[in-house]
Design a protein around this ligand. Structure first.
Ligand SMILES: Cc1ncc(COP(=O)(O)O)c(C=O)c1O
Length: 389
């Protein structure tokens, strides 16, 4: 079968090499510790599972409105008001098969040849791939640990051209865990205010912030930012619901809403009806104590992982204030993160993801969404490996 030309625009995933090697080593009996997963190790809270069982027993099993049931969109609208002080009407919200799907819908519906999308690096790898697939051009802004991986107003100014269509912001960030403060967002807002650029703000890790860090929703900065921001969020990370596939977008832009709804109606239609019913319970406060319990546990693991990692001569890590990743600087010991990660895996059985997979050489990403004993054992092995380099 001849495959469509547009498929050439998608790259093979760099992480597949690590995952394949990890699987081969495990199959050959080697003890491998994996820190590469981007998902919580907790089960979904019981109240949410109970709501799903109830929905199933009530025969909540039919097609729903393409954009999600009115009850679910109402719950999302209330959540955005309660947590973020954002006034989105339920009609300004579309529920899709995970935030990944919300993003894909947006790019498919809006990107044309020559459109530029500004993406701060390191980035979640899906963004540039989706933009390229949809025919757009990626404009990267490179950051490093000196600014805690956050872009400055000047960097943003320098990246803007007449072709700039979107800026993607991820706060808290995957892979670095950095969180933009209100003041930092205000300085970016100043740069954007005289442009037509829209922001896609991926707030998937909103609930996972640590050490008293305050999360600020990008759209909450001022009226201008509210109008130009498409807010993206979902339940995968903070509520341990990766497999349920629920994400959403909220925007004031009526054209985008109309186009995304049309596209989704001809592709996936509504997301799973049981997931929709259970998601209301995840959003209405019933699961808040479970969500907080997981956050506190991640915070403890983070303290442990940062402390142990910074004790290793040659490695350093900026203390992340959100998400569940450490983005570790390896520049003193290696200039090839892919090679470093392959050797780390084959020599001491530790799987982490090379920085180059996120668009930034000189680092690796370690997920601390795993238990404390595994974290201790894994970082001890990393220390041993680095000592022997
Ligand atoms: C920043 C970010 N946004 C979105 C997603 C995907 O979320 P979903 O499971 O809702 O598709 C991920 C998952 O890794 C992520 O890291």
């Amino acid at each position: 079968m001849k495959i469509a030309k547009r498929m050439d625009r998608l790259s093979e995933s760099i992480t597949i090499a690590i995952t394949t090697l990890s699987r081969e080593l495990k199959a050959s009996g080697k003890d491998v510790l994996s820190f590469s997963a981007g998902e919580p190790d907790f089960g979904t809270p019981q109240v949410i599972k109970d709501a799903a069982i109830k929905a199933l027993e009530n025969n909540d099993t039919r097609y729903t409105a393409v954009e999600g049931t009115p009850a679910l969109r109402d719950a999302i609208s209330k959540k955005l008001k309660r947590d973020n002080n954002l006034d989105y009407d339920p009609s300004e919200i579309i529920v899709s098969v995970g935030a990944k799907h919300s993003l894909f819908n947006i790019f498919q519906a809006t990107i044309q040849e020559d459109d530029e999308v500004i993406i701060p690096a390191p980035y979640w790898v899906t963004y540039p791939e989706q933009v390229k697939y949809c025919g757009g051009t990626v404009v990267e802004i490179l950051t490093d640990d000196s600014t805690n991986f956050k872009i400055t107003a000047q960097q943003l100014k320098d990246a803007i051209t007449p072709k700039s269509k979107f800026l993607i912001l991820t706060t808290p960030s995957n892979p670095t865990g950095s969180v933009y403060s209100k003041e930092e967002l205000e300085s970016l807002a100043e740069v954007l205010k005289d442009t037509n650029i829209m922001i896609i703000s991926d707030e998937m890790y909103e609930k996972l912030v640590y050490d008293g860090t305050k999360f600020t929703a990008v759209a909450s900065i001022n009226d201008d930012m509210f109008a130009r921001t498409i807010t993206i969020n979902g339940l995968s990370k903070a509520v341990a619901m990766t497999g349920w596939r629920m994400g959403y977008l909220a925007t004031k832009d009526k054209d985008i809403l109309k186009a995304v709804k049309k596209l989704q109606s001809q592709s996936t239609s509504n997301i799973n009806s049981i997931t929709q019913a259970a998601s209301i319970t995840a959003l209405d406060g019933s699961a808040d104590s479970d969500i907080e319990m997981m956050r506190v546990e991640f915070e403890k693991r983070k303290h442990l992982a940062v402390k142990l990692m910074n004790e290793i001569d040659g490695l350093s890590v900026v203390d992340p204030t959100g998400a569940f990743y450490l983005f570790v600087n390896i520049k003193d010991v290696s200039n090839d993160s892919m090679q470093f990660c392959q050797d780390l895996l084959s020599e001491v059985g530790v799987a982490v993801v090379p920085g180059v997979a996120f668009g930034l050489e000189g680092y690796f990403r370690l997920s601390f969404a795993t238990d404390e004993d595994t974290i201790k054992d894994g970082i001890n092995r990393i220390a041993k490996f680095v000592k022997d380099i």
